[in-house]
Design a protein around this ligand. Structure first.
Ligand code: SAH
Length: 441
């Protein structure tokens, strides 16, 4: 069991989770109280008792703090928590009445009914600005009604840009011979995660890389184990297709999350854009990760050349059917040194519509504003959060490597010091009435 200590001032300004008090424990399922609201969390490897204080991420208990430390944090949060809720309520109070097929789809979602494919296509074909605004209001309202104002904030550490794959959309594909490659060693990874967790209060870190076989299973397991033993965080792997044995080993070492997108449900597009790869294999792995007990994030790319509204509707339906803990999808941004260099970039509106539709189709889901959406400009993140999203990602990769993790051009925050990025995220969440927390499931 990990006991986390934060300097109090830091905890107040940038802590990414609010401690909860354990109300009851039944086997591995723990009921946790947050200011009178109860949530469930899973105790994978840390036995807790009623009355103790814990941090949960993705529905998993990641750490414990003493009552003496938790009480002042909670006292400071309590007032702010209710103030934030008020702001959130105001921002989601606008009318959600719309005419025609869009209005019918919104009504269904609000009443807890499943959307049909026709409803989804009607939402995706909305172009009228006033109607789009109503769609975003409705998705935002549904998010507030079903999930409250908690917003989880994950850090992402891009630890290697080596990749054996040649995906046509991706700037770090092996065919890009102009890219300077890097790998972080175990110590650098430990230091970067330590900085994010200990100094800035992150409670969830995604370890992402190209498909890099330099890191043998045992190396990755040793890295994960050390991070897990030292920091009270949810560790999520985003390392592509590795063997089940590898993933099993990494879960055992303490990485309880996996982020693996299926990229597109369009099989022909998939095999054209990912040479030598099969959609069925990727989907099998994603389903297995979920069965294995991983906290799963999955999703797709929006705006790939040749993709249709039907494809996007299928992508959203498939994401939902995979039962992920988080939907992670974003715009395809053409990269100059790829076969898709001259393809068109989708519009911000296409991504916001997909966020809103995912919320209507899967009201209980966590939906991420991905870094790629932020390439549309400084307002894109807020727009995503106001269109139904409720999770954020902050890049915690050391500055000297950030530019080299070149998936797509114009990546937001490439030159920004991490402390500034954190401050900005906290300010944004505050202005939108969201609590930077992950309060279990
Ligand atoms: N190797 C890991 C991590 C891949 S990078 C894996 O295979 O899962 C993470 C994600 O970046 C990919 O899943 C893809 O959806 C996204 N990505 C790659 N190229 C992109 C581009 N040009 N625009 C937007 N997103 C891109």
């Amino acid at each position: 069991m990990i006991n986390i200590k934060f300097p109090f001032a830091l905890t107040l300004s940038v802590c990414y989770a609010i401690p909860g008090r354990v109300v009851s424990v039944e086997g591995k399922t723990v009921v946790v109280d947050y200011f009178g609201e109860t949530r469930k969390a899973h105790a994978v490897d840390c036995p807790v008792r009623p009355g103790e204080y814990i941090y949960a991420q993705g529905g998993i208990i990641v750490g414990q703090i003493s009552e003496a430390e938790a009480l002042p944090i909670l006292a400071a949060w309590k007032e702010r928590f209710f103030e934030l809720k008020k702001v959130d309520a105001e921002l989601s109070s606008a009318s959600t009445e719309a005419r025609g097929a869009l209005g019918a789809a919104i009504k269904k979602a609000m009443a807890g009914e499943a959307l049909s494919r026709e409803d989804m296509l009607a939402v995706l074909s909305t172009r009228n600005p006033a109607q789009l605004e109503t769609l975003y209001f409705a998705a935002n309202r549904l998010r507030k009604e079903r999930l409250g104002n908690a917003c989880c904030v994950h850090g992402i550490l891009e630890f290697s840009n080596h990749c054996r794959n040649d995906c046509h959309y991706c700037g770090i594909r092996c065919g890009n011979r102009t890219l300077k490659r890097y790998r972080m060693d175990a110590e650098e990874i430990f230091e970067a995660v330590g900085h994010a967790a200990d100094k800035l209060g992150f409670k969830a870190i995604v370890l992402q890389s190209g498909e890099d076989s330099f890191y043998k299973d045992e190396m990755l397991a040793a890295i994960v184990k050390k991070l897990h033993e030292r920091f009270g965080i949810l560790i999520t792997l985003s390392i592509g297709e590795r063997s089940r044995e590898c993933y099993r080993r990494l879960y055992k070492a303490g990485a309880y999350g996996a982020l693996l997108r299926f990229e597109t449900t369009n099989e022909a597009l998939y095999s054209r854009l990912r040479p030598g790869k099969k959609l069925a294999d990727r989907l099998e792995l994603i389903k297995w990760l979920k069965r294995m007990g991983f906290v799963l994030a999955t999703g797709f790319l929006i705006g790939l050349p040749g993709q249709t509204a039907e494809d996007t509707a299928n992508d959203i339906l498939l994401t939902k059917s995979l039962g992920p803990d988080m939907h992670s999808f974003g715009p395809f941004i053409p990269h100059p040194i790829t076969p898709l260099a001259s393809a068109a970039k989708p519009a911000q509106e296409d991504v916001l519509k997909a966020i809103a539709l995912s919320r209507l189709a899967d009201p209980q889901a966590k939906i991420l504003v991905t870094t790629a959406l932020e390439t549309f400009g400084p307002g894109a993140r807020a727009a995503g959060l106001l269109a139904g999203a409720n999770s954020l990602m902050i890049n915690t990769t050391p500055p000297k490597y950030r530019r080299l993790y070149d998936l797509y051009p114009g990546k937001a925050g490439t030159d920004e010091p991490l402390e500034d990025a954190v401050r900005k995220a906290v300010e944004l969440l505050r202005s939108l009435g969201r609590a930077p927390a992950d309060l279990g499931v």
